[in-house]
Design a protein around this ligand. Structure first.
Ligand code: PMV
Length: 308
């Protein structure tokens, strides 16, 4: 049997503007993960078992553009396997789907790693990242590539679309509380809506994206110089710009306000928006208080994570 696992992720700063060439910062979230186990099958074919989405099917019975089927086929092709053995591929995940934590990319990365090592052709991180990006296109339409990149490398990433990956260092660890609205929100829709706004008034939205880009640069400097306290105000400003882009929601705004009222230094939505998750920057000793305030304000669940 071969297995592989990939973490979730959060975008700290820069979502949406990153689609238009501005930088963004993202970090892995090790508390949640996608896990893949592959073993020989006595039944002929490649059987995919994904209980979280009630999927149990043979590969050839899945639609040709199904993300799991495409991941498996593309990985076998990249590994040069033309005549695959009979296999059972079991996919499980603790990452909530369509919530901005990168569940799709984590599943892709874990399948690519487990399958390529099973056929004795382990792929490099770079190759894994390229394959996972192809699958992101099926999920998202026009993804920037940030999810697959941070999840493949499992390190803090400063990401600019189309440029070589840059990791960055965290001089002093800081604590983030993640609050899940419980509302699944497909990133494809919010990305598409921002594109419609941009098409109608490009100069207005380019100026908004520039402001986001400046926040991201300031945030990177603050993190690299150990001044994480400065991230609070930057998060608040980034959230206001995301509201302007129309990708926040009543639930997200309610959780952001609740976190701030409970002592968070700053808070913002994270990822595609409209639902999914928000993040709050806290002093470690305030994490539990902020997490319970989020639950009282309607969060489905919370995760406390340390960025280092
Ligand atoms: O919703 P998520 O976490 O998968 O993130 C999407 C991030 C966007 O910037 C909104 C889209 C993208 O492709 O970068």
């Amino acid at each position: 049997m071969t297995s592989a696992s990939a973490p979730g992720k959060i975008i700290l700063f820069g979502e949406h503007a990153v689609v238009y060439g501005r930088p963004a910062l993202a970090v892995p979230v090790m508390q949640v993960h996608a896990d893949v186990e592959i073993s020989d099958s006595r039944r002929a074919g490649i059987w995919v078992d994904a209980p979280d989405i009630s999927l149990h099917a043979e590969l050839s019975a899945l639609p040709p553009t199904h993300p799991l089927a495409t991941t498996i086929r593309n990985t076998l092709r990249a590994a040069g396997v033309t005549n695959p053995p009979s296999l059972k591929i079991r996919v499980t995940s603790t990452i909530p789907v369509a919530s901005g934590l990168g569940s799709g990319a984590a599943v892709s990365v874990a399948i690519i790693r487990a399958l390529s090592s099973l056929v004795n052709h382990p792929l490099s991180d770079e190759e894994v990242n390229v394959l996972a990006y192809e699958i992101e296109k099926l999920h998202h339409g026009t993804p920037s590539g940030i999810d697959n990149t941070v999840i493949t490398y499992a390190k803090p990433v400063y990401f600019v679309r189309g440029q070589p990956i840059q990791t960055f260092s965290v001089a002093r660890a800081f604590t983030i509380v993640i609050g899940d609205t419980g509302r699944a929100a497909p990133t494809k829709e919010s990305v598409g809506d921002v594109r419609k706004l941009w098409e109608v008034d490009k100069s207005r939205w380019e100026a908004v994206f520039d402001k986001v880009g400046k926040i991201v640069l300031d945030a990177r400097k603050a993190i690299e110089s150990g001044m994480w306290e400065r991230l609070g105000a930057l998060m608040d400003s980034n959230h206001a710009l995301l509201q302007e882009m129309t990708v926040s929601s009543l639930e997200l705004d309610r959780l952001v306000l609740a976190a701030k009222a409970a002592g968070a230094r700053g808070a913002k939505l994270s990822g595609g928006g409209r639902g999914g998750n928000m993040i709050a920057l806290v002093k470690p000793e305030d994490a539990e208080k902020v997490a319970s305030a989020l639950l009282s304000a309607g969060a489905r669940h919370t995760i406390v994570t340390t960025v280092h």
